[in-house]
Design a protein around this ligand. Structure first.
Ligand code: ATP
Ligand code: MG
Length: 242
């Protein structure tokens, strides 16, 4: 297993947010996290890459171990080289071009030369369909294009695991479809991913394991077909019998 979450619990003050979460992801596979708002999905994702601390349990990811309490900075530095994260609102550097956004981490962290970093960045921008926009600043790109830059930026560090927090929820349906296609292609190429999303289109990743997170716990898990069809049936019922 490339990711193993054992009995993870976290509270904010007196409020439990995650309670005894157990979840494992195999190398090369995809986990999709769904569930009602406030259930703890984003918090769980942030715990996985050490952006949040937790109160008990442990997380092992790419051979790095996180335990309760404050994380040592040398562990976080190593972990973040192996784990990439893409957010709902892209979080690009506004003053840098697409190319510079993608090249920044390889230059700073891997200390590639400018030429090498730009080469890697431009081939990734090509891969995500942005060859014509390498010099564009984020503000001149559409939401879908900005999300492509953010994905390329994360891929630039060649992460062993990619985490996505609602990567399509700020996008209109057409742009959503493009980003889903891109992520489905990444899955097919063997990229390990944990994706928080309500988008049923991710059920196209047929081998994915879907985890339903409710009130801080893993309520159910199953294949996309099992979980998404069960959820749609429930939604119809709740409309008919409010
Ligand atoms: N920094 C914080 N301080 C206090 N409470 C927080 C903080 N961040 C999140 N919470 C609370 O933790 C719970 C889980 O939040 P989280 O953002 O993980 O949910 P989510 O499942 O991602 O929801 P959504 O689908 O709306 O994004 C919520 O009740 C939220 O109010
Ligand atoms: Mg969230």
């Amino acid at each position: 297993m490339i990711l193993n979450i054992n009995a993870l619990s976290k509270r904010y003050g007196n409020t439990p947010v995650l309670e005894n979460v157990n979840l494992a992801v195999e190398k090369g596979s995809v986990a999709v996290l769904v569930g009602s708002s406030g259930g703890g999905k984003s918090t769980l994702l942030r715990c996985i890459n050490g952006l949040e601390t937790f109160d008990s349990g442990s997380i092992e990811i790419c051979g790095h171990e996180l335990t309760a309490g404050t994380h040592a900075s040398n562990v976080l530095v190593k972990l973040r080289r192996d784990v990439g994260m893409v957010f709902q609102h892209f979080n690009l550097f506004p003053h840098l071009s697409a190319l510079e956004n993608v090249a920044m981490a390889p230059r700073l962290v891997e200390q590639l030369s400018e030429e090498e970093a730009f080469q890697r960045a431009s081939s990734l921008l090509d891969k995500v369909g942005l060859a014509a926009h390498v010099l564009a600043k984020p503000a001149t790109l559409s939401g879908g294009q900005q999300q492509r830059v953010a994905i390329a930026r994360s891929l630039a560090m060649r992460p062993r695991v990619m985490l996505f927090d609602e990567p399509t929820s700020a996008l209109d349906p057409e742009m959503t479809a493009g980003i889903v296609d891109l992520i489905v292609d990444l899955a097919a190429s063997g990229q390990t991913m944990v994706i928080v999303s309500h988008d049923r289109d991710f059920s196209r990743i047929v081998d994915a394991r879907v985890f339903v997170i409710e009130k801080g716990c893993v309520a159910r898990c199953g294949s996309p077909a099992e979980i998404f069809s069960e959820r749609s049936t429930r939604n119809i019922r709740s409309v008919q019998y409010p």
